[in-house]
Write a protein that binds this ligand. Sequence first.
Ligand code: ZN
Length: 135
Amino acid sequence: MLNRLSIRTHSQSELMDITPLVKDVVDKSKIENGVCYIFVPHTTAGITINENADPSVREDILMELDKLVPWQGNYTHMEGNAAAHIKASLVGSSETIPIEKGKLALGTWQGVFFAEFDGPRRREVWVKIMKKGSE
Ligand code: ZN
């Protein structure tokens, strides 16, 4: 089953910690061993895993992405949000996390972040839980 989570972002660029939302889907699945697949069905947003203990890590990532891909540039995309499309491709649109003993097997400092690059908007994150067939 595909779980379609609805979220609302608050800034043009933002890394939103959605770890609790993903954990909730894993908990409700009651699956002990398997894989959690997270997919973002947008072209100007993505998903990434990084540190969620110190919020300055998020700020640094966004700041450096802005330097790599400035909002204003010599782009050909007429909609005016070429930078958001490029950043979305840089961070990617999916992540895969193991599920062990019913829990998302993330590293101690890892969190799952929805990466908004053309907000604020209402967005979706699709989460699929796959049960392991055999040990
Ligand atoms: Zn566009």
